[in-house]
Design a protein around this ligand. Structure first.
Ligand code: SF4
Length: 387
């Protein structure tokens, strides 16, 4: 067998985090390497992860480990994980995971990508794993991957708008899933725009309830919890069903703009730049994870007039424990309803839904009261002006 054919047979697996698998699969498939998608995260994934993890470690670790165990069981040759020298446990994931995976049958190798080496790390990794030496092919694969990430984030934003207003619940979600599959299989940069346009066209055909009183809520917190629908118990879908349009400023595309895009190519204010500005009165430096963004997102949600903010964090996540301790100081200056959800493998579904419903109810009553107070004030002023 030629070296080239052998390379093509390599199975490379990445963990799930929301729909990010579409990006990983694109980068590998477009260079002729078989991207191996571990089964979508399920209760089985979680129980495998929990079984082989230290009890007090954060939920993202348990879910990623569960993904990797399933990938190894299904014959992956490599599992790839990002790492970071930051102030949280992400930098420790590799050491712990390697020990667990080394005990498993087979010869799966663990590869770590340094998060803040950005394009350089991706370029090196793709060249080594694919054997492709032509820099133009690698750059083309990276452009295709990054464009997909931006398109997915825009599609999710539109999905959130329509989902909160649709008459038949689940209709928009099905449209999104259909077009996501097309995006996954698309290896042509020119076709991407067409998929996005068709998705929008299909959404615009969905029957909407024009009388629904739609609320808006910003979702912030630890990035894995914010992006991964299994980890956050499909929070955005549930809120959509309750007539709430969600918005996240922590997205993979915002991370790409902040962490790995050279300054020269950045346009406008990035999420991190805005976060530093809005968090400054309460937090003056990065304390690890996404704590800075969480603190700033509360001020920003208030500034924008959003109806509420939901903060999601894994149990035992140090950076988010600190951000929660800063929230009361922010609350002294901003008046916005905040729901903090601390989640782990024990979080029950029924209690979670009840808390969401109660929060939505609170936001709705507050919004009506604010509207009534405003109308009363205008009436009083009009009477005073006439008299
Ligand atoms: S930010 Fe928190 S949850 Fe995420 S890896 Fe770090 S400690 Fe774990």
């Amino acid at each position: 067998m030629s070296q080239k054919e052998e390379k093509k047979k390599i199975k490379v697996a990445f963990p799930h985090m929301g729909d990010i698998y579409v990006a990983w699969a694109t980068a590998l498939n477009s260079l002729g390497v078989e991207a191996f998608l571990p089964p979508h995260t399920s209760k089985k994934t979680l129980s495998l992860g929990v079984k082989y993890s230290p009890e007090a470690i954060c939920l993202p670790y348990k879910l990623v480990l569960g993904n990797f165990i399933e990938a190894v069981e299904e014959g992956a040759d490599y599992v790839v994980m990002i790492t970071s020298p930051g102030i949280c446990r992400l930098g420790e994931y590799g050491k712990l995971m390697k020990t667990v995976l080394a005990e498993m049958p087979g010869d799966t190798k663990y590869i770590e990508l340094e998060l803040y080496d950005g394009f350089k790390a991706m370029y090196r990794f793709l060249t080594e794993i694919s054997g492709v030496k032509n820099p133009l092919r690698i750059i083309k694969a990276l452009i295709l991957t990054i464009r997909k990430v931006f398109i997915m984030d825009r599609m999710q934003e539109k999905l959130s708008y329509f989902r909160a207003r649709e008459i038949n619940h689940g209709h928009c979600e099905r449209i999104y899933e259909r077009h996501l599959k097309k995006l996954l299989n698309c290896l042509s940069i020119h076709e991407l725009g067409k998929i996005e346009r068709e998705f929008l066209k299909d959404l615009q055909k969905v029957e909407l309830d024009s009388n629904r009183e739609v609320l808006t809520v910003d979702i912030t917190g630890e990035i894995f919890m914010v992006l991964d629908s299994f980890a956050n118990q499909d929070i955005e879908k549930e809120l959509g069903r309750m007539g709430v349009q969600t918005r996240r400023s922590l997205t993979v595309s915002s991370w790409i703009r902040d962490a790995i895009t050279p300054k020269l190519f950045k346009q406008g204010e990035t999420h991190l730049e805005r976060a530093v500005k809005f968090a400054r009165p309460y937090l003056k430096r990065d304390i690890g994870g996404d704590a800075l963004e969480s603190v700033s997102d509360m001020s920003y949600a208030h500034f924008k007039g959003t109806d509420g903010l939901i903060h999601i964090s894994p149990f035992t996540c140090m950076p988010e424990i600190m951000s929660q301790n800063i929230f009361p100081a922010v609350k002294e200056d901003v008046d916005i309803p905040v729901l903090t959800l601390i989640m782990d493998e024990q979080t029950g579904r029924a209690g979670f839904i009840t808390r969401l419903e109660a929060f939505v109810d609170l936001m709705r009553r507050r919004k009506r009261k604010l509207a009534k107070d405003k109308a009363d004030k205008e009436k009083t002023e009009a009477v005073a002006a006439a008299g």
